[in-house]
Design a protein around this ligand. Structure first.
Ligand code: MG
Ligand code: ZN
Length: 188
């Protein structure tokens, strides 16, 4: 069984430009590279899990998304970081439309990845910039980290709900290395 880091994409790995699929506007946060390299070295698979309701809304196609994603994969490759999986929810986020089981905070993408890539969810982490990422991680049985760069998410009431409470709240990925060290001491 493998262990994995599930990563949200927009607002976590790259700057959040709503519904963007233009590869020219895919810009990684510079703080992610060292952390991701370290995690990969520690034996974690790196798996991106992303809500992409722009597909259901017909703002862009799955082909457009694939082009934007290959740009992200290329930028990470240039930093010697290999993405082991990319899962996205293409379904609607519109309230009275049919709801799926994979849109975060539901854990569908993590459960599918675990099945396909033989991942032990209890040894895995979900990292994201909003509480819906944390909700998905907790529902899947992972440990969770909220990277709350602008200190907005931690002000929300829902953060004290056990279903959405992160194990760690960080300002950025620079702090992540300490957590990885902690994890080694306490969980292994
Ligand atoms: Mg996000
Ligand atoms: Zn879905």
């Amino acid at each position: 069984m493998e262990k994995a880091i599930f990563l949200d994409k927009d607002g976590t790995l790259i700057k959040d430009v709503p519904y963007n699929v233009d590869p020219k506007r895919v810009a990684c946060y510079p703080d992610i590279f060292n952390s991701l390299r370290l995690l990969q070295k520690r034996g974690y698979k790196l798996i991106i899990v992303s809500n992409q309701s722009g597909i259901a809304r017909r703002y862009f196609t799955e082909e457009d998304l694939a082009i934007a994603f290959s740009e992200l994969r290329k930028q990470l490759m240039a930093e010697r970081i290999k993405v082991d999986g990319f899962y996205y929810c293409p379904h609607s986020d519109i309230a009275n439309e049919l709801q799926c089981s994979c849109r975060k905070p539901l854990p569908g993408m993590l459960l599918l990845a675990a099945k396909e890539l033989h991942i032990d969810l209890k040894k895995s982490w979900m990292i994201g910039d909003i509480l819906n990422d944390i909700g998905a991680g907790r529902a899947a049985g992972c440990k969770t980290i909220l990277v709350d760069r602008n200190h907005e998410e931690r002000k929300k009431d829902r953060i004290s709900d056990p279903k959405f409470r992160p194990d760690f709240i960080l300002d950025d990925f620079y702090e992540l290395n300490q957590v990885v060290t902690l994890e080694k001491e306490y969980y292994e």
